[in-house]
Design a binder for this molecule. Structure first.
Ligand code: HEM
Length: 222
């Protein structure tokens, strides 16, 4: 069934992605449960608001570790813009919002994905740091703690908003994408449409992994 498919992610990338994704969702749900009276019932499900806070805080540590690995493994591919093609892509929104005949070919991740990565990396780090201060508020000046509460809420709004865009584009909005994060094996057509420059690079460098075939001979002598 998988014969001829191409490997887009390895097991480590997928474990890190889902650790980050699931802990992020759990944090959003438990955080909302603490923030709004109308959602306090989420705490009741976990044995009360005190346990809700523990679940939130310890999930936060897990999220922090997953975030560390996410940044470490993806910052080169998703954290750095490559000019001029990324700028050209931004000018036409990659052809996602209106019809564009030939959207510029970008590398492994497109600028939209890079912006999402950077938002998650930056605001994710803010969430972890501000959260730690909120966990031990008596160790810091009250005004500083209040500022941390505000930043924590701001970070939530940004990540939560981006999440829905990401969820849509990772599933129904871009058919075939979910496979990249579920099994890691994708079709050549999907790569050609979604990550054409990356496909060319892998072919050129001989790093393309095709299911059922030997890895291509390494390199072209450079
Ligand atoms: C639960 C629903 C989610 C689904 C279905 C999903 C799906 C996906 C898919 C299919 C990709 C690969 C896209 C490609 O290679 O073109 C991806 C990449 C990625 N995901 Fe998720 N994801 C989810 C949640 C999350 C969450 C909550 C976060 C962060 C907190 C996250 C962070 C990332 C990052 C940083 C990437 C790398 C590329 C990019 O920036 O888009 N994902 N996800």
């Amino acid at each position: 069934m998988r014969k001829g498919l191409i490997q887009a992610t390895d097991g480590f990338e997928r474990i890190v992605h889902w650790s980050l994704a699931l802990s992020c969702l759990a944090l959003c749900i438990t955080g909302l449960g603490m923030m709004f009276h109308s959602l306090n019932f989420i705490g009741e499900l976990m044995g009360g608001l005190k346990s809700l806070k523990y679940v939130h805080n310890f999930t936060g540590i897990f999220f922090g570790v997953a975030l560390y690995f996410t940044i470490r493994m993806w910052w080169k591919e998703a954290g750095v813009f490559s000019m001029p093609e990324d700028l050209e892509w931004i000018k036409c929104a990659g052809g996602y919002l209106w019809h564009v005949d030939n959207p510029p070919e970008v590398g492994k991740y497109n600028p939209g994905q890079k912006m999402f990565f950077l938002a998650v990396a930056g605001f994710g780090a803010i969430m972890v740091l501000t959260g730690l201060v909120m966990w031990f508020p008596l160790n810091f000046p009250p005004t500083f703690v209040r500022l941390m509460y505000m930043l924590h809420a701001l970070g939530f709004v940004v990540i939560f908003a981006f999440f829905f865009v990401h969820l849509y584009l990772g599933t129904v909005g871009s058919p075939g994408s979910l496979d990249a994060m579920l099994t890691g094996w994708v079709t050549r057509e999907w790569l050609q449409k979604q990550h054409p420059k990356w496909l060319k690079e892998m072919e050129h460098e001989g790093t393309l992994v095709v299911y059922g075939e030997e890895k291509q001979a390494q390199g072209h002598g450079h």
